[in-house]
Design a protein around this ligand. Sequence first.
Ligand SMILES: Nc1ncnc2c1ncn2[C@@H]1O[C@H](COP(=O)(O)OP(=O)(O)O)[C@@H](O)[C@H]1O
Ligand SMILES: [Mg+2]
Length: 251
Amino acid sequence: MLEIKNLHARIAESGTEIIRGLNLTVKAGEVAAIMGPNGSGKSTLSYILAGRDDYEVTEGDILYNGESILEMDPAERAAKGLFLAFQYPMEIPGVATMEFLKVAMNSQRKARGEEPLKVPEFIKRVKDAAGTLEMDFNMLKRPVNVGFSGGEKKRAEILQMKLLEPKLCVLDETDSGLDIDALKIVSDGVNALRSPDRAIIVITHYQRLLDHIVPDTVHVLYKGQVIKSGDKSLALELEENGYAGIIEEAA
Ligand SMILES: Nc1ncnc2c1ncn2[C@@H]1O[C@H](COP(=O)(O)OP(=O)(O)O)[C@@H](O)[C@H]1O
Ligand SMILES: [Mg+2]
């Protein structure tokens, strides 16, 4: 489903190369974890997947279902089923969360050739999804993420993901800012999205999240490259021994 080949990318403004020859394949149905120390390029990778224009790809390719996405703008990527939950979700003052969800869901439906949702059906879906995430429905009348706590923002992201039914989900540090109970709820929300025709990439630097969202594959990112891949036991090994051993091994 996702194939990243020898990707090199830099910050557009300064020209600093952050991603330095990254290779990664994620299959449909798979939950892949990307781990790595701070500053290794994990968030940068998620921004590049989203298509943010402050990063430039200088070499390599990103194929989604065999098709390069490099020339697609963020909206096209989203229409094709790519969904990203950022480490620091954006606040959108002046736009009520409900309104935002309606526009997002209906434009996704349009891209799939489906009719817009009728209002009662839309509200029912949002209520159901918010309920499973134990979110207060009234919160959704407030502007997107404005004044939400860290944990509420993460839940709001998972809510969007549930409602938009994307094919490839990338979750950047979804666990940061969550207490244990919220972590459980958010993880359950992600697990409920596991499906044979969907791939989920979970970016985290702690093993803790992976106790709840058990990955099929684990990839270690360091200095803009995947330096080691394995199964879930790799995450446990990292928890025990830290990154130093693997970094040394790769050097
Ligand atoms: N816009 C930017 N300007 C300057 N440096 C950046 C920018 N984006 C990322 N970096 C640098 O790139 C490196 C990778 O950052 P990041 O992708 O956030 O790492 P991670 O998410 O793995 O902690 C860091 O050294 C960071 O300081
Ligand atoms: Mg990060």
